[in-house]
Write a protein of this length. Sequence first.
Length: 265
Amino acid sequence: MTNLKYYILLFFLLLEACHTLPEGNTSKSKAHLRQVMPHSTTLRPRATVDTINQHKMVDSLYRQLQTAYEANSTKQLEVFLQNWAIYSAKQHNHYPASDMVAPALTQLFIDMFSPFDFSPFGWKQRKEKTDFTGVKYLVIQGQLPYAIDFAKNVPWDTLRHFSPPIKYKGVTTLYFHEIYQKVFDKFLTDEVSYKKRDFLGKLLNMPLSLVADITTQPKIYQIQLNTKLNGAVVDYYLEGSFMRSWLMKQGNHWVIVHNEQTGIE
């Protein structure tokens, strides 16, 4: 049955790609895409922090993190993470009621996000335990690149300030929004000895990897949806492996019908 679902999904994806209009007659397809994807600011915060204040916030948070590291203080690191948790608890997805894309992407992310069980991705041997088992914090990526349609030269966009409602009992969710991404980029910019990553690893999960990213995996790099928003191809990273999954919408949820490993770090 799984193979049948996979081939059905591929059929629809290829069918949509073949239905693109020829050059010089794209007004209909563009109008349709505008209806499906109203604007590119779907999940941006209602009040955007101006550049000057953002720099001040980044510098202040960086100094807190750097001070904790220099003092080798787990307690100060925990205070930093608790303040991050307070910030994250106040964040919510905001998008117009007419927007169909953002809710579809958010639900897809929620259905695919499985840090404590890798068996949905074909890793049967990692069903009961992963490198994220037992963590106190989950760091959720703050941006989600996506495209609608599988046509050649399809435009790509990004959901920013992404705040999916991820909740696990006994685990705190932290959103890796732009401000915090800049803080950790600055903190880890001169990291060559892994000392800073070891320090963060006292409270955050830091699996050995060449990817200088603290977000919890699977880390999604991009999502491509068909125009009916019921089929998708997702590229993501999972503990040293670059993966690709095909998904179909069933009711209100997304189901993986096929997985492939596309590369190894």
